[in-house]
Design a binder for this molecule. Sequence first.
Ligand code: SF4
Ligand code: SF4
Length: 103
Amino acid sequence: MALMITDECINCDVCEPECPNAAISMGPEIYQIDAERCTECVGHFDTPQCQIVCPVACIPLNPAHPETAEQLLSKYRRLQASAKHVPPSDLVVESALCAPDRK
Ligand code: SF4
Ligand code: SF4
């Protein structure tokens, strides 16, 4: 289950840099969590890092996103794979840059 930030958030900024999945960002008024990126820190830590640092305890589970431990782990793997993915167009540019000079 992804986590969510309630309107008790005081915009203290401390949770955003702690998220290993870059799931936290500033919303229109308060910080928010992208449920597509939040794994409850599964794959990185035993405990949700944002909950540990939040001074007002306003980061509960998001009931709109029920997920099993297996689903959270597969989300983690998907995020890791996409982080390593290099678009084919970049590979072409890279190989061109690495190619020896042709005369
Ligand atoms: S629980 Fe972990 S992955 Fe989810 S928002 Fe908090 S720090 Fe990020
Ligand atoms: S740590 Fe808590 S109060 Fe601070 S920005 Fe994050 S959610 Fe809001």
